[in-house]
Design a protein around this ligand. Structure first.
Ligand SMILES: NC(=O)CC[C@H](N)C(=O)O
Length: 233
């Protein structure tokens, strides 16, 4: 868990937006509404809504579609600007959009927001029917299980047409989760969650479980990074 220093500069409450152009956004909003530090949780579809929020979640869905709709609605540049300095968490397709480099892109290329110094491989585990749930140890979120039978404190991560992080391209990127076991031809210890400064990315869908620990982690990270920014401002 990120430790917050209680100073005047650290905002107590957070306004969080969830990009709602396509994909699994409503589930994120429902979890955020349960967290005491979140004063506002809204879908973001335009620049007015984006300007209301302190932090943003880019949900799972289809990254090519999300990028296309963002471009058509004039949101691509405002989103790029937002993720440069404000806390943003990309889940699955959202993680793809936050990467600086993506492999297995569709013909004709794919627009990205960028920000994370990682290379992401899309659709690493196959199609929708190859979806699976895997218990994960996530740094700062779960505590390492005492023994193999004790999986209750691990995070139930749901992977749907999921990408993986195939390369870390900067020492500023911190790995926070890896697969505990191999899945098909994907090795155990493949990287599935990272943090770089104010940016967070997970290959899986934490909004599709009843476990709100990942959302709580993001809220803490966002409050901490906004607090730091206000202190230097
Ligand atoms: N569940 C998801 O978000 C899937 C991501 C999708 N495979 C993509 O490339 O955008």
């Amino acid at each position: 868990m990120v430790q917050l220093t209680k100073t005047k500069e650290v905002p107590e409450k957070l306004k969080v937006g969830v990009l709602a152009l396509q994909g699994a956004f409503i589930e994120h909003i429902h979890i955020l509404q349960r967290l005491p530090q979140v004063s506002l949780a809204i879908p973001v579809r335009n620049t007015d809504q984006l300007s209301l929020v302190d932090a943003l979640i880019i949900p799972g869905g289809e990254s090519t579609t999300i990028a296309l709709v963002a471009e058509r609605s004039g949101l691509l540049e405002p989103l790029r600007e937002f993720v440069r300095s404000k806390p943003t968490w990309g889940t699955c397709a959202g993680m793809i959009l936050l990467a600086n480099e993506v492999t297995q892109v569709k013909e004709g290329g794919q627009k990205l927001l960028g920000g994370l110094d990682i290379t992401v491989t899309r659709n690493k585990f196959g199609s929708q029917i190859d979806s699976f749930e895997a218990p994960l140890h996530i740094q700062h979120v779960t505590t390492k299980a005492e023994n193999d039978d004790d999986i209750y404190s691990l995070f139930p991560a749901v992977f749907i047409r999921a990408p993986v992080i195939s390369q870390i391209n900067s020492p500023d990127v911190k790995v926070i989760a890896r697969l505990e076991h191999s899945i098909g031809d994907t090795d155990a210890s493949t990287i599935v969650a990272v943090r770089q400064d104010h940016l967070l990315a997970t290959a899986f869908h934490p909004e599709l479980t009843k476990d709100d620990r990942m959302h709580q982690y993001f809220v803490n990270l966002a409050l901490e990074s906004l607090g730091k920014r206000r202190k230097v401002a």
